[in-house]
Design a protein around this ligand. Structure first.
Ligand SMILES: Cc1cc2nc3c(=O)[nH]c(=O)nc-3n(C[C@H](O)[C@H](O)[C@H](O)COP(=O)(O)OP(=O)(O)OC[C@H]3O[C@@H](n4cnc5c(N)ncnc54)[C@H](O)[C@@H]3O)c2cc1C
Length: 169
């Protein structure tokens, strides 16, 4: 990712990649004049950041969050227009609500703006969680978060775990 620390769109893209646990190289164009030349070359002489080059050789220039989500294979929009239950936020509370809504057979949309797990995803070790008397690593807990949905869902959870703001548009 070519960008600068003062660019809000670069910060947004970095935040999104961080939330999605996507590894990337950050090239600060302020410190590296050669990189700005590359940016100009890619963008027909214009200095547009962030300019993001992916492993497959494709380039996104100042992408929206939805563009980034699509590139990562995350569904940024709901596929249906009607839902019986909409749950916003996919931390432990949203996960629990979603599991029970799905079990009750409701057409359920859940929307998460970053990544399923909520605060547990940034916690080294969780204590006091039922079923884990010795505590559990936050990352391990997160990796099991949507397992119950896979078993029960029968594509009942519509919209995916994208959490992009325009999911409902
Ligand atoms: C460092 C740390 C250590 C902790 N240790 C423990 C512990 O040992 N034991 C314990 O029981 N608890 C612990 N906690 C607390 C525990 O993680 C929280 O109580 C729990 O995660 C709360 O769950 P939640 O689903 O209510 O909210 P959150 O986990 O905060 O999840 C909310 C989700 O909603 C999403 N969201 C918010 N707004 C929007 C929006 N507008 N659109 C889309 N999505 C949105 C967020 O991205 C987030 O994923 C710890 C927390 C931290 C930070």
């Amino acid at each position: 990712m070519y960008g600068t620390p003062w660019c809000p769109d670069c910060r947004r893209a970095k935040q999104f990649f961080g939330d999605q646990r996507v590894l990337y190289d950050w090239i600060n164009a302020d410190d590296n004049p050669d990189s700005m030349e590359y940016v100009e070359q890619v963008n027909g002489g214009k200095r547009i950041i962030p300019t993001i080059v992916f492993e497959d050789g494709s380039v996104l220039v100042d992408p929206t969050t939805a563009d980034l989500a699509e590139k990562l294979g995350i569904r940024p929009k709901a596929t249906c227009q009607y839902f019986e239950v909409i749950i916003i936020g996919f931390g432990p509370a949203g996960l629990t609500a979603t599991i029970y809504a799905v079990r009750e057979g409701f057409d359920t949309l859940f929307i998460e703006r970053s990544r399923a797990s909520g605060q547990t995803g940034v916690t080294e070790r969780l204590y006091n969680y039922s079923g884990f008397p010795d505590g559990v690593g936050g990352i391990h807990f997160c990796s099991t978060c949507d397992d119950p949905l896979d078993k029960d869902s029968e594509v009942v959870v519509k919209g995916g775990n994208s959490g992009i703001e325009d999911s409902l548009s």
